[in-house]
Design a protein around this ligand. Structure first.
Ligand code: 5AD
Ligand code: SF4
Length: 448
């Protein structure tokens, strides 16, 4: 590649999960610390970072088409195409292929190596094409600049990777083994987040409830211990965590839901299927009934908990009767919201080699039926919350004049009109239920 002028502006485009959103923010901060500014809205950037997701579908194909579009549409001052960096899980899984197939790409950087982006950038400016998909022993978190400006609701990655090896999933390969960040580092980052304006922190991890560490006094603790410690921070009002695995819902973590007031009444606990045969073939290490018993225990200590989950339809060999077991489980739980997906064969995973791959139209039909059921439950949950008063953390202005948007404790999107600022915690009465959001009435002016 020819030498190029150092980029003055950047844009980071993140796809996929919230951990990618977090990584995207950290990459943006890292580029900011190099003196590169975010490209103004509507303008092309000198450097585009595609922070990709590999979990489903033709993710890699989408990356190639995005690259093509950026080369075509984004021209810098000198008429050059922007520099392109491919980050995230597609970079990790298919880095070499990307370099071979997409000559416009200057940098390929995996999710564990992006702290080295400034060095890669310096080399790329000299005309080198640079790939770094190492999973180095040093942690990227230590090398990242401190967090300065964040919204009222911030993400904090506490754990990465996964040792569960569900047979359909690429995460154990792209993100590697489970690693917990150190307690002291997390407390420090949480303090910086609240110092920078965060009032709610969502603890993130592919298997967040497998987080393990030692507290300040050297005692072994799990995620519940970390949550209890964070709850002591006076400026922090709300704590959430995602995504969890049923096998790691410990007694103590369940108890924390009943005891820690700042821990919001919301639990995202994927189950994937309601059929024990399918769960076994997925290597999920729990049965449908085992999952329901975990939820029962959580509900016993926190009766108003809002539940969420992930589902896959059309896993290889899934029969109509097995799919109906999923529908029964959905009805038994009464989820507040959910994510549901068609099974997508991922190269290199055991399920991709299994017999009985399901035809596309069967998957379409099952997904439509499942989503119909999930939507019904979501609306029922929202309707059942009408008349409740609760606090809403105001996150942004809405589309209409004077309208503000935020989240209820149960993670519902709430909109209301009234005198409130971003970052305020306001009291509202939930008044009008839609499938995806709730209209509310402001009860008290914002606390000073
Ligand atoms: N096909 C479809 N959905 C998948 N998920 C993970 N891998 C696949 C796949 N190969 C879903 C699971 C997981 C969520 C993050 O993505 O439901 O919980
Ligand atoms: Fe993937 Fe299963 Fe690990 Fe979740 S628990 S990241 S679905 S392997």
């Amino acid at each position: 590649m020819p030498k190029t002028a150092p980029p003055r502006t950047y844009r980071v485009k993140s796809f996929g999960c919230q951990m990618n959103v977090y990584d995207g923010e950290r990459m943006a901060e890292l580029l900011g610390a190099q003196g590169i500014s975010p490209a103004p809205e509507g303008e092309e950037a000198d450097l585009v970072v595609l922070n990709t997701c590999h979990i489903r579908e033709k993710a890699a194909e989408k990356v190639y088409s995005d690259i093509g579009r950026i080369v075509k549409e984004g021209r810098r001052d000198g008429g050059e195409a922007p520099m392109i960096a491919v980050a995230g899980c597609v970079a990790q899984a298919e880095g070499e292929e990307i370099m071979a197939r997409a000559p416009a790409v200057s940098m390929v950087v995996g999710p564990q190596a992006y702290h080295r982006l400034p060095d890669m950038l310096a080399r790329a400016v000299e005309g080198e094409r640079v790939t770094d998909t190492d999973m180095p022993a040093e942690t990227k978190f230590d090398a990242l600049p401190a967090r300065r400006k964040v919204g009222p609701s911030a993400f904090l990655t506490v754990q990465e990777g996964c040792d569960k090896f569900c047979t359909y999933c690429v995460v154990p390969y792209t993100r590697g083994a489970e690693v917990s960040r150190l307690f002291a580092d997390l407390i420090e980052e949480a303090a910086r987040l609240t110092g920078a304006g965060a009032r709610e922190i969502t603890l993130l991890g592919q298997n967040v409830n497998a987080w393990a560490g030692e507290d300040g006094r050297g005692r072994a603790i799990g995620l519940d211990g970390l949550i209890r410690e964070l709850a002591q921070m006076p400026d922090l009002a709300r704590i959430r965590y995602t995504t969890s695995h049923p096998a790691d819902m410990t007694e103590q973590l369940i108890a924390a839901h009943g005891e820690v007031e700042k821990l919001m009444p919301f639990l995202h606990l994927p189950v994937q299927s309601g059929s024990d045969r399918v769960l076994k073939a997925m290597n999920r290490s729990h049965t449908a009934d085992g999952y329901l018993r975990v939820l029962e225990r959580v509900r016993a200590v926190r009766p108003d908990i809002a539940l969420s989950g992930d589902f896959i339809v059309g896993f290889p060999g899934e029969t109509e009767a097995e799919f109906e077991e999923t529908l029964s489980l959905v009805d038994a739980v009464g989820y507040a919201q959910c994510f549901s997906f068609k099974y997508s064969a991922r190269p290199g995973t055991p399920a991709a080699e299994m017999e009985g791959q399901i035809a596309a139209q069967v998957m379409d039909e099952r997904l439509a039926r499942l989503q119909q059921a999930l939507n019904r439950h979501q609306l029922a949950f929202n309707t059942a919350s009408l008349g409740k008063t609760c606090e809403v953390l105001v996150e942004r202005a809405g589309r209409h004049a004077g309208q503000m948007l935020g989240k209820s404790p149960w993670l519902q999107s709430v909109h209301f009109t009234g005198d409130a600022q971003i970052g305020d915690m306001v009291r509202v009465e939930l008044a009008e239920a839609g499938p995806n959001s709730i209209g509310a009435r402001l009860l008290e002016p914002a606390a000073a």
